[in-house]
Design a protein around this ligand. Structure first.
Ligand code: LLP
Length: 421
């Protein structure tokens, strides 16, 4: 994410020292780089352009990965569309200046209120996951005297070979319409008066490093599109979801965007449909870090603990998925202490509250650490567990730092609550 190490100033994002951000906004604090966010988006656009698909492809950023308004606004300015999964995300995208006609609405359980709001906004497409949902959407659209644009999310039964919690394309998953029922479900959709069948979508999982499963899913989807066309159901767009993985460990590089997408994109040269992607993690993950300060060093009988001021409520991925995030010191290395293996843990009262196991670091109390690759599913999944106010968020742009979400204060945490009369 444009991280550099300056001897005197320590770790920098673009031209801003993390020390300065901590001093001004405190810790824990999420820090994002405008340059890195832009580069990730441009990586998608360039790959599409290189395959002659620039004019008929839409990159719909998956808002769930990080829904801060400044990030949504940045992608909207770059021309992105958005993939949303709730009425809340719809409201955010519109508030951030996103165009409704570039929004696709995913998710296995949309409420009627959410359907109505999205229809009234005029979104590009509903990604529908069941016959029940088709019927409900038909009713809601009818009550507004509209036709809802729909795509069916099909489940191609492809093993994405990723963490079971973020694998979604197997038969056993709750997601999508089973592949062998898709044909009949399309016929049902086409028969409903207030629906307009527009496309097809699939999403087989997240943090995928091998392009083969996604390419296999694309083949299955294209086969179905051709079968449907033969019966008169002609689709305008094909949405291949998100899922491209990123680098979380220095030793485990992720594929370049162009290389990951190429096996899918080559299939479109000879086709007429337009193409949609729904990337989340790969647009924001490596463009953000979580800045935290070591509160206390606690030598134990078997392990040494570094208790930092960020915790599982700020970033759940380690606790929830046993995910690895590289953790690096902000100051110039070796400020007096010797490197030793540390458990990097937060102050929350749970043994699962860790941010990294067995990290070899030279630490002193008060040191700043950067937890890397935290731009995706970091702040978006944060909670107030243990009545901890959520962290501040800062966007770096060249030599400027912008506060894009101020730190919550404690009074706000219980402002919505009341005691019995
Ligand atoms: N489209 C659909 C329908 C999805 O369900 C998802 C993610 C995406 C797009 C974006 O996928 P991405 O490009 O980010 O892989 N909290 C987990 C990840 C959950 C992903 C859920 N769906 C994590 O922290 O790893």
């Amino acid at each position: 994410m444009g991280l550099t190490h300056d001897g005197a100033r320590g770790l920098q994002v673009e031209s801003v020292a993390l020390e300065d951000i901590a001093e001004r906004f405190g810790t824990p604090c999420y820090v994002y780089s405008r340059l890195a966010l832009t580069a990730a988006y441009v990586g998608y656009r360039n790959a599409l352009q290189a395959h002659g698909l620039g004019d008929r492809a839409l990159v719909c950023y998956a808002v769930k990965a990080n829904s801060n308004l400044a990030i949504l606004n940045l992608f909207a300015r770059l021309g992105a569309g958005f993939d949303i999964v709730s009425g809340g995300e719809l409201a955010r995208v519109l508030a951030a200046g996103g165009s409704a006609d570039k929004i696709v609405f995913s998710g296995v359980g949309k409420s009627r209120e959410e359907m109505r709001a999205a229809l009234e906004a005029g979104i590009h497409c509903f990604n529908v996951e069941s016959t029940g949902e088709l019927e409900q959407l038909n009713e809601v659209a009818g009550s507004l005297d509209r036709r809802a644009p729909v795509s069916l999310r099909v489940n191609p039964d492809v093993d994405a070979k990723t963490h079971p919690y973020i694998s979604t394309g197997l038969k056993t998953a709750k997601f999508g319409v089973a592949f062998d029922q898709a044909f009949d479900t399309y016929r049902r959709a086409a028969s409903l008066p207030h629906l307009a069948v527009k496309g097809i979508d699939c999403h087989i999982g997240s943090q995928l490093l091998d392009p083969a499963p996604a390419a296999e899913a694309a083949d299955k989807v294209l086969g179905l599109v051709d079968r449907l066309a033969a019966t008169g159901i002609v689709l305008e767009h094909i949405d291949l979801g998100g899922g491209m993985g990123i680098q979380y460990r220095r030793e485990e590089p992720a594929p370049a965007t162009a290389d990951y997408l190429a096996p899918m994109l080559v299939k479109f040269a000879s086709r007429r449909e337009s193409l949609i992607f729904e990337p989340g993690r790969s647009l924001v993950g490596n463009a953000g870090l979580l800045l935290t300060r070591v509160q206390v060093l606690k030598p134990g009988a078997e392990k040494h603990f570094a208790v930092v001021d960020a915790a599982m409520n700020d970033m759940m991925r380690p606790a929830l998925y046993d995910a690895w995030h590289d953790i690096v010191p902000v100051a110039t290395v070796g400020a007096g202490a010797a490197a030793m293996p540390y458990e990097i843990v937060g102050p929350v009262c749970e043994s699962g509250d860790f941010l990294g196991h067995d990290r070899s670091l030279a630490l002193q109390e008060g040191d700043l650490l950067a937890i890397l690759s935290a731009g995706a599913y970091g702040m978006a999944m944060a909670s107030n567990y243990n009545s901890r106010p959520r962290a501040a968020e800062v966007m770096v742009d060249g030599d400027a730092m912008h506060l894009i979400r101020r730190r919550e204060n404690v009074a706000e945490l219980f402002a919505l609550e009341s005691v019995l009369p």
